[in-house]
Design a binder for this molecule. Sequence first.
Ligand SMILES: C[S@@+](CC[C@H](N)C(=O)[O-])C[C@H]1O[C@@H](n2cnc3c(N)ncnc32)[C@H](O)[C@@H]1O
Length: 244
Amino acid sequence: MSNPGKGIYDPAFVKELFDRCSKKYILFSYVCSMGFTERWRRQCVEALPKTPEPPQTCYDLMAGTGEIWPHLMRRYPDIQKVIAVDISSGMHQRALKRLHDMRADKIGFVEDDVLASDLPPSSADLIVSTFGLKTFNSAQHQKLAELTASTLKPGGAFCFIEASDPKGWWLRPLYIFYLKQVLPMVEKIFLKGARDFAMIGTYSTNFGDASNLADQLRAEGLEVTFRTHFFGCATSVSGRQPVA
Ligand SMILES: C[S@@+](CC[C@H](N)C(=O)[O-])C[C@H]1O[C@@H](n2cnc3c(N)ncnc32)[C@H](O)[C@@H]1O
């Protein structure tokens, strides 16, 4: 599968970025989002529609350090396998360390560019992704929509959530100032001049929100619900593969 990512959307660029961020990722994402990322991960799992049978297999795409797994295990204590897909070996290593506290037997890893991976057709009861959409451009979202449609079993459910640009919210200027000015400054001071998390502001404003992906998923024949979270500071798309 060819990859349409270039510049800041080139998978090699994104991989290096997250390899460099991986050590500080969990703390930085929790503190700088003031706990919102954790709340949005929980809401992502809650938004998964009910499946016809209890789910056995879930793909966590752009899994990072596996922050969503506790929420998944809580809602689906009998799930057999959560397969994490991530391109960054740094994030992957951090996730492995976290497995000591988790049910490691239930977690599998695919270290790969998700858009170039060969996930078997109709193999997933669930697909989730938290904060993995913004480093894709629209052509890559189209590939993700195709992959989701081909990988979900009939009746299988998905939910993707991402930090978004809260257009129209009266506090948006303050939020954008925080993303584009305050976060980079905090990073520069506390992470010895690093400029990696500073990219979040650029990726988020370029991303906009998940409404375009919602349309792409609908065009692939999936049932889709689009939601905004906290005045549009995050947006999600959830839904399912129609039962054949
Ligand atoms: C912002 S982190 C999100 C991690 C995690 N899901 C969370 O909730 O915190 C984005 C993750 O997407 C991964 N990623 C980016 N592009 C990818 C790609 N093309 N294929 C697989 N993983 C990718 C990065 O390595 C990184 O771990």
